[in-house]
Design a protein around this ligand. Structure first.
Ligand code: F6R
Length: 243
């Protein structure tokens, strides 16, 4: 894994946005794998800046989001559909037909998971997959114990993830207990390059385990050691436990 330690969150956002912008300039129909959560918000803002100020063109870009909660509709204020629209998609010239986010409110979820995998394959795989990391080492919603053989599927959220995400729902009881997530296998096999972003001291243990620890399903992010093209961009607080 390549490691970049950024001075702060601003620099982390700048470095990651620049990498993606430069890639898009070379490949206008790039396929991006995208994450929600707080960490990539600064990167999305910088990419919007590139679009507004320098005309960075997203019209042919295809996106696949990592995950979505089960049981809430795309219009729910805390859905990842809504998050992506408000944080990023409504500010750039992406074509809505090129946006893929799992639907957590549809029947036949298993079938949908299979179609999601197929759609990623049909797009030719993911050129750059952006990931965040949970303080328990999860990536996407692949919680500790997830197998590297799992594809897109319904997952049960752990107590620590429910607590971490309660800040968005206002009340822990309102956080959905299930989500659809791309699997570790999906991430490892379909991504040509992975950029993992980590910000803040609460991620320091997970970041250290991911990079310096043994490969273990107990820390799903450590499975990224199995991929040959991973760049971790961490700010100083998130990198503070690294040797
Ligand atoms: C979100 C996702 C999650 C987050 C992780 C970190 O799509 O896949 O794995 O990346 O929970 O979240 P933040 O950035 O809010 O700390």
């Amino acid at each position: 894994m390549e490691m970049i330690v950024a001075k702060n969150y601003e620099e982390l956002s700048q470095i990651s946005a620049q990498m993606i912008a430069e890639f898009i300039q070379k490949k206008q129909d790039a396929v991006l794998g995208l994450a929600t959560g707080s960490t990539p918000v600064g990167m999305y803002k910088k990419l919007i800046g590139y679009h507004n100020k320098e005309g960075l063109d997203f019209s042919k870009i295809i996106t696949f989001n990592l995950d979505e909660y089960v049981g809430i509709s795309p219009n729910h204020p805390q859905s990842y559909h809504k998050f992506m629209k408000e944080t990023f998609f409504s500010h750039i010239n992406i074509s809505t037909s090129n946006i893929h986010i799992p639907r957590g409110d549809q029947p036949q979820i298993e079938k949908q998971c299979e179609s999601y995998e197929q759609a990623i394959k049909d797009a030719g795989g993911i050129d750059i997959q952006v990931l965040g990391i949970g303080s328990n080492g999860h990536i996407g919603f692949n919680e500790p114990g997830s197998s590297p053989e799992e594809k897109t599927r319904v997952v049960q959220l752990t107590e620590s993830t429910i607590q971490a995400n309660a800040r968005f729902f206002g009340d822990e009881a309102l956080v959905p207990r299930l989500a659809i997530s791309m699997g570790i296998k999906t991430i490892l096999e379909s991504s040509k390059k992975i950029i993992l972003l980590a910000s803040g001291e609460e991620k320091a243990n997970a970041v250290q385990g991911m990079i310096e620890g043994e490969i273990s399903t107990q820390l799903p992010a450590s499975l990224l050691q199995l991929h040959k093209n991973v760049i971790v961009i961490a700010d100083q607080p998130a990198a503070k436990n690294l040797k």
